[in-house]
Design a protein around this ligand. Structure first.
Ligand code: GLP
Length: 258
């Protein structure tokens, strides 16, 4: 796990956009894993700017991590709608190559398995991730199996409260979701965690330096061979080994990329 403590949220977004842009410009058929939440929005803004300056996503595919169950198709807060509005509709990635879970299928369990197979068959090159206050990634809440696949989950009260800011009322936040499992997410070749601000300091410390445990689902990243944790100074506040991470990044060999 490579932990990069950047001076500001802007620097975090610059680094993350650089990783995605490199994959898109060097791979023949890049597959990018997109995350929702506020954390990746500045990264998407930079990638949109790079697209306007000439970076093409026409040969790329994208997968989303998760989706609410129970919102009407096209609901403004459905994650597919959000990811289209905030990113995909502003670049030249063909919308038929934006894959997301079908939460309207009559057989939801079968639809979850189908989506899992789609993600595996595509093979995600770079997966962007944010972290929830309770240590979730995607919508894998505490207690999620570390080898789980795409399935239905129930949100914790904390997550519903955290996400209520996007809805008119707390009651309007769905209780059920479909999410790529921790095993599914771990199949991606490169995981890029983005976290900025004080509310992320504790979950990031648990993820990076705590025990690997289903109680902090993001801690499964400790098993992955290629993880980049991009955080700002504030989100790094609880890290015991922050000095070592800074020293390591300062002395990163010039030939070694993120
Ligand atoms: C939601 C999403 C997660 C995201 C988390 C944190 O619950 N399902 O993928 O990482 O929110 O969101 P934010 O970046 O807004 O703090």
């Amino acid at each position: 796990m490579e932990v990069v403590i950047a001076p500001s949220p802007d620097d975090v977004a610059d680094l993350a956009a650089g990783i995605v842009a490199r994959a898109v410009s060097t791979l023949d058929t890049p597959v990018i894993g997109l995350a929702t939440g506020s954390s990746p929005l500045p990264t998407y803004a930079r990638l949109i700017a790079q697209h306007r300056a000439g970076l093409s996503f026409a040969h790329a595919s994208a997968v989303t991590l998760d989706e609410y169950v129970g919102l009407a198709d096209g609901h403004p807060e459905s994650y597919r709608t959000v990811i289209r509005r905030e990113f995909v509709d502003q670049i030249d990635l063909p919308v038929e190559r934006l894959h997301s879970p079908d939460v309207h299928a009559a057989d939801l369990a079968a639809s979850c398995s189908d989506y899992d197979r789609t993600v595996v068959d595509l093979g995600v090159d770079v997966q962007l991730l944010g972290i929830g206050g309770d240590g979730h990634i995607g919508f894998n809440e505490p207690g999620s199996s570390l080898s789980s696949r795409t399935r239905i989950k129930t949100l914790t009260d904390q997550t519903r409260t955290d996400n209520a800011r996007f809805f008119d009322t707390l009651d309007a936040v769905p209780r059920h979701v479909v999410t790529q499992g921790l095993g599914t997410i771990s199949d991606a070749r490169h995981l890029v965690m983005l976290a900025t601000g004080g509310s992320k300091a504790l979950p990031i410390a648990e993820m990076v330096e705590g025990p690997v445990s289903a109680s902090c689902p993001a801690s499964v990243l400790q098993f992955h061979p290629h993880v980049t944790v991009l955080i700002d100074e504030v989100a790094a506040h609880e890290l015991v080994h922050a000095g070592h991470y800074r020293e390591t990044y300062r002395n990163k060999p010039s030939w070694q990329q993120l």
